[in-house]
Ligand binder design. Sequence first.
Ligand code: ARG
Ligand code: ZN
Length: 881
Amino acid sequence: MRTDTGQIINLADYRPTDFVLERVDLTFDLHPTETKVEARLIFHRREGVDANAPLVLDGDELVLSGLLLDQSELPAGQYDATPEGLTVRNLPESAPFELTITTVINPEANTQLMGLYRTGGIYCTQCEAEGFRRITYFPDRPDVLAPYTVNIIAEKEANPLLLSNGNFLGGAGYGEGKHFAAWFDPHPKPSYLFALVAGDLGVVEDTFTTSSGREVALKIYVEHGKEPRATYAMDALKRSMKWDEERFGREYDLDIFMIVAVSDFNMGAMENKGLNVFNDKYVLADPETATDADYANIEAIIAHEYFHNWTGNRITCRDWFQLCLKEGLTVYRDHEFSADQRSRPVKRIAEVRHLKSEQFPEDGGPLAHPVRPTTYREINNFYTTTVYEKGSEVTRMIATLLGRDLFKKGMDLYFDRHDGQAVTIEDFVSCFEDVSGRDLTQFSLWYHQAGTPLVTASGAYDANAKTFTLSLEQMVPATPGQTVKKPMHIPLRLGLLAEDGGPITPASVTGAELTDDVLHLTKKAQTVTFHGIPSRPVLSLNRSFSTPINLQFSQSTEDLALIARYETDHFARWQALIDLGLPNLLQAARDARQGADITCGSAFTDALLAAAADESLEPAFRAQALALPSESDIARELGGNNDPDAIHAARQTIIKRIAEAGKDVFTVLYDGMQTPGPFSPDAASAGRRALRNAALGYLSQLDETPARTKAAYDAANNMTDLSAALTILAQRFPDTAETAAALAHFRDRFADNALVIDKWFAIQAAIPGAVALERIRLLMETPLFKRTNPNRVRSLIGTFVFANPTGFGRADGAGYNFLADEILEIDQRNPQLAARILTSMRSWRLLEPVRADHARSALTRIERAAGLSTDVRDIVERILK
Ligand code: ARG
Ligand code: ZN
């Protein structure tokens, strides 16, 4: 393992390499423990670079076993090789030269799953961000682009399949039971997009004809026997390819596109050129084993990785500070794809829920960083919701500011101008400035200033003047390393509603630019007047969540109820329901902490139940409305001195009140929202299931026994309904024989399907209460739990620390201590995974003092441990600072 070196990388230090890489020719002689890698690299010295400058290549845990310069041995004094790098001196002044580097690596021993490793008996690679340097010495940075030829030699019987990027050149026998294959990728690419897969896998095949009539072979490789579970992924892939042609004019550019599903993977998936590698969780699905959420995730991630072919691969990042250039943009693209494939407002609600529950706490805590950071210690720790999700929101805002047509023009210009290049956020933004004539300097602060802006709004109607005056003020909170902030350019979509719910169109607006329904807030404080307003308007602000801010705007319950009922923007309806409910939840949490009685206003329950019962609304929307903010959401909104037990008690009490008030509504929904016919994963059917299961959840609150939920479990004929019923049993009736029996049944039925067993782990890991920790420890002892598999660790330990606030945050601090032990253990093997799980502590300062003390000691124990990885050291130090 690479332990911390304390080195900090700064954006300001960027400079191009001294040597230009012209071509890469790799030969792998695969072996589980001794794979020989021969890299032939052709370089020339960049013009203007000092003739004495040495070539410095990156390495990570490498051992050099051979080095040739233009086919000749080098004298010992001409180079230095360490595990972390190779330096070669006295190189030709301007002529190209060839360096042949031989390394021997051990895929079997590679437990951090970066570089070349083994999973499920196959060879596979993960190189983003800095994994290629674990394969060979290389200028392992995204601005070094070259065409690659890859030759793979391996035992034929164990590895009938030999895959790499680009197009297949050919293959043949290679003596002694071996064979080889050669691949050529004509598109110059950075090393992080390199991939190699070898082994024995099953395949699902199809073809796609591009808009210009080229036929592309599509192949999805999975473990033998799992082929039927890859058909939905194939369908999603074809829809993605078509959509990218229609919406962005992007055509695929190789003869073949391959996806390989592997069971040990640190992240969701990876966009290697022509050879995506996926966590099998995001490929495999059938009705019996996958939930509607799984289907939606597969569709989104297949699309995301495919879309990277243009946003990431054809145009890549100059350096890792620009990560949002490809990730934020590609998330925006996959969000738009899903919105087009499903329901746009429901998709937006899900995005905003995710943004608020994951990115807002990051932006408001010790790990806050700009979308485009300027410094890092470990780049793996910057694959964050800020870079991805806030980065997507920033792209969405550009589209909002420019409008659909100009945004499209800007994207076209970007593809045109920068194809084949490694570029920066500034390059990206310039394209939109150039097509629109708009100055985006102030807007660009979204990339550079961390922290979620707080916008405070208040409105006043003047019946005589027929004007509505809106006062807006913005404040960007201080974040680590950034104490003083400038006012941002905040695009607020809005609507004015009359008392009967109809729209009011102002005659004119002064005090701010208003384009269509977008108001531009650009100053610290701004007063905007809407003229020609015949009656008191109800203001719907930040429609469709046009800007990722915290909004402080006190509206009466009547106004919120009016928005919830009449807004044409359905996202705003959902937001109004949240705004009606949240004050009740927050007050209940404060009351619970004081030991006072908990109450819940009927305006909220009335509006919520009206939405739930409203047949003109799509079921998926109604299900979203019924899902209250989570305990962590409530904790974030409370903002300090948080007691997870009080929050849990408060939320449960309110759920019960809603159940009591809505008994009839929920009974009708539970009986009426069946999905007849064979299972279909389409969005409408999924919405019906979601609404019916939400109704079951509320009804179970009124039930004295698990009978109804157990019956639902027994009747379920798909994984969505089965896991929903099991979740309700576990949450509502944890200590009953029925729940125990259902859990045992579920385990036995799916014992041979690790992805389903992950659901079994997660459902149990989320059961609230102080005893949760003992349950986790017992589950870790079951043979189904595999510490070496990231999905297992995330399902059991990850769910516990991220999604079980009362269990993990029990008052005696045992949960935090458990986390410390686990982090230290996991870090030995897989630093990336350890660091990711440790981010569950990012909001520890918001805890009440007793828990906060326990949390601090646990974190300090991690910080003081010997031999920490850079990944974990970076996170723990930032969290404690
Ligand atoms: N680029 C991948 C994606 O599409 C993520 C890879 C992240 N890898 C890592 N080691 N941090 O989102
Ligand atoms: Zn991505």
